[in-house]
Design a protein around this ligand. Structure first.
Ligand code: SAH
Length: 214
């Protein structure tokens, strides 16, 4: 059993590296968080495979290599305050919690927020706050943020999120139509405006305005 778990972890990390997750701090953060804790029910046995999986409320937990690449693209520092839009299972927030000072994560589905917060408490991840909110408006009470990570696809980087990014801050967001392949964009806010670069093609569930029914 012990042997299986460490072999599984080695395979998981190898897969991440072979798909471009090379930042040692990101790999260490992902080594510490067991993705198996965030996948329940009939898909639990696929938790260590590099694929997205269904979670409640018709949403998905992202593919581990995409979580790694997005985290890497965010270039976090240990004193950063980060906003994540799209808590989902809580896995991405948990990975971020090991790299930064404070993580705020919001989702439009109450059930997802409640379940993720329970997991954070159970795992002792005390620097994450999960909240029900429409993340397309950001989180004005806690703004501005050093880093913003959006884990649902928007047609354009939402204006309120750009406004809540500190100067020197970075936002990573998948942009494009929800039923098509989207482009992962990195936005850097400088003294005089925003710089955009395109990172890779991705596929995310859509960013939907307003709160969910559950
Ligand atoms: N980061 C998650 C996966 C996110 S799936 C993980 O690690 O598991 C995308 C999530 O974005 C879904 O849970 C969906 O409910 C949420 N979402 C979509 N539109 C939103 C909005 N406007 N505000 C907040 N959350 C939103």
């Amino acid at each position: 059993m012990e042997h299986d778990a460490s072999e599984r972890k080695m395979r998981f990390l190898f897969q991440l590296r072979s798909r471009g997750v090379t930042d040692p701090r990101v790999l260490a953060a992902m080594e510490r968080i067991d993705r198996g804790a965030f996948v329940r029910g009939q898909f639990a046995d696929r938790a260590y495979d590099d694929m997205p999986l269904p979670i409640p409320c018709g949403q998905t937990i992202s593919q581990p290599s995409v979580v790694g690449l997005m985290t890497q693209a965010l270039e976090t520092g240990p004193r950063d305050t980060v906003l994540e839009v799209g808590t989902g299972s809580g896995y991405q927030a948990a990975v971020l919690s090991g790299l930064v000072r404070r993580v705020y994560t919001v989702d439009r589905h109450r059930r997802l927020v409640t379940e993720a917060q329970a997991l954070f408490d159970e795992l002792g991840l005390t620097n994450i706050t999960a909240q029900v909110a429409d993340g397309s408006r950001g989180l004005p009470d806690q703004a501005p943020f050093d880093r913003i990570l959006v884990t649902a696809a928007a047609e354009d980087p939402p204006g309120p999120l750009l406004a809540q990014l500190k100067i020197g801050g970075i936002m990573v967001v998948p942009v494009g139509q929800s039923d098509a392949v989207q482009t992962l964009i990195r936005v850097r806010r400088g003294e005089n405006g925003f710089d955009y670069d395109e990172l890779r093609q991705v596929r995310f569930v859509p960013l939907v305005e307003g709160l969910g029914q559950t």
